[in-house]
Design a protein around this ligand. Structure first.
Ligand code: FRU
Length: 494
């Protein structure tokens, strides 16, 4: 019976998508190569996995309209993480443990077990006792049609953890045991709880993997834990930690004791639109993360989810990024190399001298493009370099590299008449000969990577087609740029 109910709810949602997708497709703010859904609202990436020869992305999804509500799991597959085929929804609310109208099937992960594709997700209901979150399981023989486990939920909140702060299970396997990290809160401090299981159905508490002492907020959403080189990485999205919204910790992990000793901390992205990244391993061994390019209402810089709801949709993902471990155990987040396959026309230039006079740069069509260069710091005496993006119709977004203050800013206050705010990070320039910049621009997203992909800013802007100029100029001196290249990036959705 309950199996039928989920099926009915999936078919209902699917009919809604089919009725609207051809209209939504023409929305002016739709992306050209970043992942999005056919209609409605999306947030966190869920269940990312390479399975039976394809990349599978599941996603937090309300197919009915462009606001968060009543969470389903959407599903799409791809050969390159750029071109997508949408599959039927994987999960819809249907049970007493996941059918709260302002709840549903919350975030989780995927793993292959027993010849089947298993999903582990958070069921959210109110069952008369407040907002209750429990961990649940679903599985599929064909990787497309899922069935919820009859014994759900498989895990409830431990003592001391409020039932509305226990969510987002991320599962992995080590030797013959499954492990799972889950976001929680205890005494108003965030925790990542570690569990283990032999069969994906019976789970025992193992350890507190890491916890906030106040510096990283009161709740960690979407924690993820994975090996990288000879280290382990814990990533999480803290609530209540100001502008720190995607933190990573690097350290050593011991499977005997369940202890994680971390000695390096960092921020994956300093922009306002990068949240809840999830990782998975590509078939060639790359560790890839995908984040949701938006922000929640409880964040300090939040204004609104943006104007795309008027087009019947909201939400897209940042470009998938490969995580690399540096010698000092800090991390790099490099856009996937597959991006090179959608480069259209382009050019390279060895050197460019930049003064206080604005120079126009031919960066593709000025909207969907990639632009890379290095700043020769030894030959540069400017105080600042200003990179002007999506300029036109009296509007622009500006990335400022301030060599005196040693800071990087992305200012979107004049970018579209709607977006606001200036993101900010520290630039480590001491003893450096050059600073590398890599920009990815799409219809409503700018991603700017600097300093070997360790210092990154993702910012949404909702600029029109007329905002298609790219310029650069220096303040208080000259800047020497080298190894420049720029390309238009192809449309992946038509
Ligand atoms: C993070 C999050 C998760 C939750 C999901 C609900 O963005 O709040 O903690 O599972 O979104 O859609």
């Amino acid at each position: 019976m309950s199996r039928e109910l989920m099926q009915q709810n999936i078919l209902k949602a699917q009919a809604e998508i089919d009725a609207k997708k051809d209209i939504v497709k023409n929305g002016k703010m739709r992306q050209h190569y970043h992942f999005m859904a056919q209609t409605g609202w999306i947030n966190d990436p869920n269940g990312l996995i390479y399975y039976k020869g394809k990349y599978h992305f599941f996603f937090q999804y309300n197919p009915y309209y462009g606001f968060w509500d009543y969470m389903h799991w959407g599903h799409a597959v791809s050969d390159d993480m750029l071109h997508w085929e949408y599959l039927p929804l994987a999960l819809a609310p249907s049970e007493t443990y996941d059918n709260h109208l302002r709840g549903g099937c919350f975030s989780g992960s995927a793993i292959e077990h027993d010849g089947k594709l298993f999903l582990m997700f958070t069921g959210t209901t109110n069952n008369g006792e407040g907002f209750e979150q429990t961990q649940c399981v679903a599985y599929s023989e064909d990787g497309i049609h899922f069935e919820k486990y009859e014994g759900n939920p498989v895990l409830t909140a431990p003592e001391g953890v409020p039932t509305d702060f226990f969510r987002d299970p991320k599962v992995w396997k080590h030797e013959d045991t499954y492990y799972m990290v889950c976001g929680a809160s205890k005494n108003h401090k965030a925790q990542a709880l570690l569990y283990r299981s032999k069969d994906m159905l019976h789970w025992e508490f193992f350890n507190v993997l890491a916890e906030s002492r106040g510096e990283w907020g009161y709740m960690w959403e979407c924690p993820d834990f994975y090996p990288l080189g000879d280290k382990y990485v814990l990533m999480f999205s803290p609530m209540g930690a100001g502008e720190r919204t995607v933190v990573y910790l690097v350290g050593d992990f011991d499977y005997q004791t369940g202890k994680f000793d971390y000695h390096v901390t960092g921020e994956i992205d300093w922009g306002f639109d990068y949240y809840a990244p999830q990782s998975f391993e590509a078939p060639d061994g790359r560790r890839i993360i995908v984040g949701w390019a938006n922000a929640w209402d409880w964040m300090p810089f939040w204004k609104d989810w943006g104007p795309t709801y008027r087009e019947g949709w909201c939400g897209f993902y940042n470009i998938p990024r490969e995580v690399r471990l540096m010698e000092d155990s800090t991390l790099q987040f490099v856009p996937i190399k597959e991006i090179e396959t959608i480069r259209k026309s382009g050019w390279q230039q060895e050197q460019l001298l930049v003064s206080d006079e604005k120079q126009i740069v031919e960066a593709g069509n000025g909207i969907s493009f990639e632009w890379k260069f290095k700043i020769d710091l030894e030959k540069t005496d400017a105080k600042q370099l200003k990179i002007v993006l999506r300029s036109g119709e009296g509007k622009q977004a500006v990335c400022i590299l301030d060599f005196v203050e040693s800071k990087m800013f992305v200012d979107r206050n004049d970018s579209d008449g709607w977006s606001k705010g200036v993101s900010e990070s520290i630039l480590y320039l001491q003893n450096k000969k050059e600073l590398d910049i890599h920009i990815l621009s799409d219809q409503s997203l700018l991603e700017i990577f600097s300093d070997q992909y360790s210092n990154n800013h993702s910012m949404n802007i909702y600029a029109g087609y007329g905002q298609n100029q790219t310029c650069i100029y220096a303040c208080g001196g000259k800047a020497v740029l080298k190894d420049m290249e720029a390309y238009e990036l192809m449309e992946c959705y038509r």
